[in-house]
Design a protein around this ligand. Structure first.
Ligand code: ADP
Ligand code: ZN
Length: 711
């Protein structure tokens, strides 16, 4: 077979509008085109789909994609159709007539990608149906479902080994976002892949900013956050069903478009909530972790954890739902010690070995929340990946905590623990240190110990932070089995009696943090953001007209690039990442017109936008004004207006140049350009031609020359 990576690259540009493959995609596709089996482990948003969709487009016949998530099939097929790739799916949600029609299309060679559920694939007669087709490739998506070790085991997947037995010559690509070794081995064995190439991508999601804030005043902090993420879709994960409902209600009361989602709702209500979110009809979903499994919305811009998740696996999976399109996204986690306590209480119902494991995992989660160095390092290390340097995109990297000699603080705390007979929990200890007169303090007689009130100068929140640091560093221990009372350790004795020094980390006030994030935007960014909003609104209108989710029209990253580059003609628009031929056909002109309208308005408001002035001319010209009239209205020299028209011509706009330059004039000027070269100065051409031809004619002729104008 002679189909190579060059054809694949062309297909990537033509259908998907992307300039280049991501590094691993290119190797994977080249292996598939050489008929090798491959196994791909890539995080969500890593770009797995392209790895089989592009080969499917360039290979003869059709490719079959096995996917367990029926809801996602529809999305994928919609997205492919929007890119001009004939695709269809077969699953139990369809009537037999519908299935029959699709089978016919396949037999007629009208389909390039066919998505099937595993049940359908293994159903009676389906293999013999496939044998009547020219199948070039099998893709097994969510391949971890095959492994009984994985978290998502599907028994019907284990029968997929029949694929290799029935179709030994057809290459198989297996894909998953689960990275662990055991699952990986299972997939290879069960699918009977032949000496597969295994690709393991980094699981880093560098576009997601990681931030942890103390859990006090969560609601206030959420509304602050939302004011910086105006209109952007996001998910707030809550612990309980009730919490999702009350938070959504509170947000609605505050004017936000919010809804809730949890497993206790009817499937209709759940589907409704999900659909509204997919279509950007609601901005915010308050959900339990039941939400998100089967959704493929690429423009989720942020994820908030209202409570500390149980473990890092869950946390990473949940924040991974943000920013699948690669654009800037945020993950915000609220952390309070009370949450940890709650979680521990919830866990202790399980059997003992399970509880142990879960507690260890919770502890790792807690360490992440209390990190004093790059959080992404901690995350990736947890998954066995070591980063070479700090990420620069987490709160700690952006706002590194400073250290100070905290020996005195630690001594005060330890001494108070000793004098309360190691019998108080953290909150009570802080009350004692701060000299509180609450009933617990008084009834315990703690107001009479020597360290009572010795830490009055430090706020309650800060005391908690310092105590957490002491816990993490082993200067105190928490007796989980004795009402969470604080205990001294060998290390505490060193501080109390042997003069050991201790450094503590000073955190900047959370308030200060949000303020530094709210820096003033330069004018250029304000305009860019305003244009982005306009394009987003246009996208929503077009999506509603066509009854698809907005991100199927264009992704956020594509709109962001448009807002920054302001492409106002075909060539420039096609250069935007994510604008392929089909999408340009369908949407290109609407977006170009929106950009031009926006820039014209801005220009008339007096904003100087680079590259916009000739578009204002274009706008006026289209309204039927002559160049001379435009010059008058804009208070510019007519030559300038003609020069705008020339630029527009060079950019591919339809300018009726024949109205301004005759055939004879053009022939004469062209001769001069031939002689002096297309980079010659207007003045030189003017003089060369004996000052016979007006400047504006020369300027237009130059543009015609460059565009290889044929009379
Ligand atoms: P996954 O299936 O691994 O979760 P997707 O295939 O949905 O990831 O890809 C994630 C996003 O990245 C999509 O918006 C996709 O269009 C985009 N993408 C994929 N490959 C490229 C590429 N080569 N260049 C630019 N964007 C890409
Ligand atoms: Zn970092």
């Amino acid at each position: 077979m002679s189909i190579g990576i060059r054809e694949a690259r062309e297909a990537l540009k033509l259908y998907f509008g992307y300039e280049q493959f991501r590094p691993m995609q290119e190797q994977i596709i080249s292996d598939i085109l050489q008929q090798k089996d491959v196994l791909v482990l890539m995080p969500t948003g890593g770009g797995k789909s392209v790895c089989y969709q592009v080969p499917a487009v360039v290979l003869p016949g059709l490719s079959v994609v096995v996917s367990p998530l029926i809801a996602l099939m529809k999305d994928q097929v919609e997205a492919l159709l929007a890119n001009g790739i004939p695709a269809a799916y077969l699953n139990s949600s369809q009537t037999s007539e519908q299935q029959y029609a699709i089978e016919n299309q396949c037999l007629n060679g009208q389909i390039k990608l066919l998505y099937v559920s595993p049940e359908k694939l293994l159903s009676a007669g389906f293999f013999s149906f496939l044998k009547r087709l020219q199948v070039s490739l099998f893709a097994v998506d969510e391949a971890h479902c095959i492994s009984a070790w994985g978290h998502d085991f599907r028994p019907e997947y284990t029968q997929l080994k029949a694929l290799k037995q029935q179709f030994p010559a057809i290459p198989v690509i297996a894909l998953t976002a689960t990275a662990d070794k055991l699952t990986q081995k299972d997939i290879q064995e069960q699918l009977q892949l032949r000496q597969p190439e295994v690709f393991v991508a980094s699981f880093d999601r560098p576009n997601i900013n990681l931030t942890v804030l103390p859990g006090q005043n969560r609601f206030q902090k959420i509304t602050d956050f939302l004011s910086r993420h105006h209109g952007q879709p996001g998910i707030i994960y809550c612990l309980s069903r009730k919490a999702t409902e009350s938070l959504a209600g509170k947000l609605r009361d505050n004017g936000y478009k919010a809804t809730f989602y949890h497993a206790g709702m009817s499937s209709q209500l759940r589907a409704k909530a999900q659909e509204a979110f997919l279509r950007d009809d609601v901005q915010i979903v308050c959900a339990t972790i039941a939400f998100g499994m089967g959704i493929d919305k690429s423009n989720v811009r942020w994820v908030i954890h209202y409570n500390l998740p149980k473990n890092i696996e869950g946390y990473y999976q949940e924040i991974g739902r943000a920013g699948r399109d690669g654009a800037k996204s945020d993950a915000l986690l609220f952390y309070s010690f009370a949450d940890v306590m709650n979680m521990r209480n919830m866990l202790s119902d399980n059997d003992k070995a399970q509880t142990e494991l879960q507690l260890v995992k919770l502890e790792r989660m807690q360490q992440f929340a209390e990190a004093t160095f790059c959080r992404r390092r901690i995350l990736l290390q947890y998954f066995g990946e070591t980063m070479k340097k700090d990420c620069g995109n987490c709160d700690i990297c952006r706002n590194p905590p400073s250290r100070f000699d905290g020996t005195l603080i630690v001594q005060k705390a330890l001494s108070a623990i000793a004098r309360t007979q190691e019998g108080v929990n953290m909150s009570l200890l802080v009350d004692v240190l701060r000299g509180s007169r609450n009933s617990q303090v008084l009834s315990g007689g703690y107001d009479r110990i020597k360290t009572y009130g010795a830490g009055r100068n430090i706020g309650t929140l800060d005391w908690h932070r310092y105590l957490h640091q002491m816990l993490n560093a082993g200067f105190v221990e928490l007796a989980y089995d004795q009402n969470y009372t604080l205990k001294l350790t060998e290390q505490s004795r060193q501080v109390l009696f042997e003069g050991r020094q201790v450094e503590l980390v000073k955190f900047e006030d959370a308030k200060q943090q949000t303020e530094t994030q709210q820096r003033e935007k330069p004018k250029r960014e304000i305009i860019r953001d305003a244009l982005f909003e306009r394009l987003r609104a246009l996208r929503k209108r077009l999506a509603d007209q066509q009854n698809v989710p907005p991100y199927v029209v264009f992704t956020d990253s594509t709109l962001q690039e448009m807002a920054a580059e302001k492409p106002a003609n075909r060539i420039a628009m096609l250069a935007i990442s994510g604008v392929g031929a089909q999408k340009f056909e369908r949407y290109g002109h609407d977006f170009i017109n929106e950009i031009i309208a926006f820039m014209t308005e801005e220009q008339s408001k007096g904003s100087a936008i680079k590259g916009a002035t000739h578009l204002v001319t274009w706008e006026a010209y289209q309204q039927g004004h002559s160049p001379e009239e435009i010059a008058k209205r804009r208070n510019l020299n007519p030559v300038t207006i003609y020069s705008h028209l020339a630029t527009l011509l060079e950019q591919g706009y339809d300018i009726p140049v024949k109205d301004f330059v005759t055939k004879r004039e053009y022939a004469a000027i062209k001769e001069a350009i031939d002689k002096l070269g297309p980079d010659a100065k207007l003045k030189d051409i003017f003089e060369h031609l004996g000052e016979q031809y007006e400047y504006f004619k020369i300027r237009l002729s130059l543009a015609m020359y460059k565009m290889q104008f044929a009379w």
